[in-house]
Design a protein around this ligand. Structure first.
Ligand code: MSP
Length: 649
């Protein structure tokens, strides 16, 4: 199957921000997944370089327009290369083949009567390259999209008969409910079209930085409207109007756009295609905006977050995972370092990373790193079936662009793994001599991690390749077919001892939050007198503030070793890993309730910032939390395994 996926082409009037990175990450994810499935896939991205806005930006910098466009276009391309975006082509609207293709399309539309010459007079916004009817202008005649002043422009213009396509478009939307994604956006487009479509001015004489009309029309004053020029990139990239060998990738499967440019893609673009006699793309998928302080982030507002800065501090794949997991496709999201850190610590470090570390540790101890799936089906058929059933549900989420759901469901595999370790406690089985069972649990988890890595590969390509390498296989269409489609298990292998892939992040890593990065809680306003009073009443009642609570550092510890303290009926001496350089020695009065053996490899909550004390002459470097009532004492433990050293709070 052929699968063509496109991003919008980005304006070269400023450098990339996280909104651009978001679209590109999603497109890259879809393309990578498609390739993994063995589809012939083509991913297109590029830059939109014509129009008055670009001409003006270049003039401001005293640069020839082409040089200016070359420089900014290169920054996009370099960024996508740094971000490992697997594009098959990076198109520029200043490419000669593109210009030739746009001219061919214009001529075809002209010859079939869809383009005609007339005069245009209207309110034009230079920044948005759009004419707006009087009724849509804001106070003072300002642009309804960017708020800047518009100016009245009267000029000779060629028009595209958009009005002719009103009915065909409505019929198309009706017959193809999946054309516009998410479906919530479909109604918006339909009611816009129902409101009536005016013919569209598709040439300008007020500036010259654009594609000229075909020579045969002999109209040297006119250049093409930038949206006609830009939209055509999706087919000129495949050779429309020049060498058409790649045109068999058309129609595109998914064309990703931001919600602000949906109108151009869901109305103008299909109308142009109908006029050219080309089939329409399967999906136009519109995502939401990344905001700052709830406001749209955009180059024209100058409030952008630099994606390179985010990636250099947090890692591009963590950043990419965060963007896709955090916000349901189509909805707006607010970027914050705190949210990114939380995702990294909980999903990546605790759920995924910790599981991998645990099986590396166990197989080192129990089987000299050897993992064999031979007994997994015997002891863990339920877990395997559950995992395979979850995997079977994942595929449609990707194609409906519900990436957050895809990832959410995928993460259930790690829960199955963690639960299996807790329930089957391989360390107990080893002690009881039930080695086969213990090793089967370890192998189960290895297989869950392998399958999850394959499914996660499109989102985190390098990270998952490292995991796969540790698990003795490579992520390819073949391994996708066997592990995912045919539900096979890993062949016997020696697991590699790799350093933790997702070290926890405690504090924001970007020393200074970039200008546009909203993060942490909003700065506290000075408290009104009334509230101050309230605080002091509260503390009189014996309550503490959150700050006081956080003076106590409670951490998750993993018990590495435990032994009885000689001559004491109550004390056990534990070695507890708190994620520090060396484990701590903690002496705890729990011997009446727990045997030393039963504690090994389990997790506990530790007060980590207590002054060390001596008990029966032994140094104790922390206190273990426990609850006691008439029935006895029990330890307070995390519900699911957490990385050693995780904060409790
Ligand atoms: N050049 C046009 C697209 C032509 S496609 C034939 C354009 N360029 S753009 O650089 O302004 O925007 C490109 C994409 O980035 C659009 O999909 C837009 O929605 C997206 N974003 C711009 N700001 C954004 C955010 N703040 N958040 C998310 N995406 C945003 O439009």
């Amino acid at each position: 199957m052929k699968n063509y996926i496109t991003t919008p082409i980005y304006y070269v009037n400023g450098e990339a921000h996280i909104g651009h990175a978001y679209t590109t990450f999603i497109a890259d994810t879809l393309a990578r997944y498609s390739r993994l499935q063995g589809n012939e896939t083509y991913l297109l991205t590029g830059t939109d370089e014509h129009g008055q806005k670009i001409e003006e930006s270049a003039q401001k910098q005293n640069k020839p327009t082409q040089q200016f466009a070359d420089e900014i276009s290169a920054t996009f391309r370099n960024l996508w290369d740094e971000f490992n975006i697997s594009y098959d082509q990076f198109i520029r609207t200043t490419d000669e083949t593109h210009k030739k293709g746009v001219q061919a399309a214009f001529l075809k539309m002209f010859e079939n009567g869809d383009i005609y010459k007339d005069f245009y007079e209207g309110n034009y916004c230079v920044s948005c390259e759009t004419f707006f009817p009087e009724s849509q202008l804001m106070d003072g005649g300002c642009c309804p999209d960017c708020g800047r002043a518009t100016s009245i422009v009267k000029e000779e213009s060629y028009f595209f008969r958009l009005s002719k396509y009103e009915r065909p478009l409505l019929e198309y939307y009706e017959a193809h409910p999946e054309f516009i994604l998410p479906k919530s956006r479909r109604n918006e487009v339909i009611s816009f079209v129902r409101g009536g479509l005016n013919d569209l001015s598709v040439t300008r004489t007020s500036f010259s930085w654009g594609v000229h009309l075909p020579e045969s029309l002999n109209e040297p004053k006119h250049v093409m409207y930038v949206w006609l020029d830009a939209l055509m990139n999706y087919v000129t990239a495949l050779g429309y109007g020049s060498d058409e060998t790649k045109m068999n990738f058309w129609p595109a499967n998914v064309q990703l756009v931001g919600k602000d440019i949906l109108r151009f893609h869901a109305i103008y673009w299909p109308a142009f295609l109908m006029s050219l006699g080309l089939p329409l793309p399967k999906h136009i998928a519109a995502h939401g905006w990344w905001t700052r302080d709830g406001e749209k982030m955009s180059k024209s507002k100058g409030n952008v977050v630099d994606p390179r800065e985010v990636s250099s501090h947090y890692g591009v794949e963590n950043f990419r995972y965060f963007m896709m997991r955090e916000v349901p496709f189509g909805q707006d999201g607010d970027f914050s370092q705190r949210a990114l850190i939380d995702r990294m610590n909980s999903d990546l470090s605790n759920d995924l990373g910790n599981l991998l570390n645990r099986i590396i540790g166990m197989s080192e101890k129990y089987s000299d790193f050897r993992i064999d799936s031979c007994d997994v089906e015997k002891y863990h058929s339920k877990e395997l079936n559950d995992a395979n059933a979850i995997i079977d549900t994942l595929h449609p989420y990707l194609y409906e662009l519900q990436l957050h759901r895809f990832l959410e469901e995928l993460w259930k595999l790690f829960s199955i793994g963690n639960k299996a370790i807790e329930e089957h406690a391989p360390w107990v089985k080893i002690k009881e001599g039930r080695t086969d069972e213990a090793l089967a649990t370890v192998a189960l988890v290895a297989n869950l991690l392998a399958k999850a890595s394959v499914m996660l590969h499109a989102v985190m390509p390098n990270t998952t390749s490292t995991i796969a390498d540790a698990l003795g296989f490579e992520i390819t269409t073949e391994s996708y077919t066997s592990l995912i489609l045919n539900k096979t298990l890993l062949a016997p292998f020696n697991i590699k001892k790799i350093p933790p892939l997702f070290p926890r992040v405690e504090e924001p890593l970007m020393t200074e939050a970039p200008k546009a990065m909203v993060d942490e809680a909003p700065k506290a306003e000075p408290k009104p007198a009334m509230e101050d009073k309230k605080v002091s009443t509260v503390s009189e009642e014996g309550l503490i503030t959150i700050d006081q609570f956080f003076q106590t550092s409670i951490k998750i510890g993993t018990v590495l070793d435990a032994e009885e303290v000689p001559k004491s009926s109550k004390l056990l001496k534990l070695k507890v890993d708190l994620g520090e350089e060396s484990p701590r020695q903690i002496v705890a009065g729990i011997r009446e309730y727990y045997s030393a053996e039963s504690l090994i490899n389990t997790q506990v909550c530790v007060v980590a910032n207590l002054k060390p004390a001596k008990l029966m002459g032994l140094l104790s470097e922390g206190m273990i939390l426990a609850a006691k009532d008439a029935d006895g004492l029990c330890l307070v433990r995390p519900e699911k395994p957490r990385q050693s050293g995780s904060s409790v709070g």
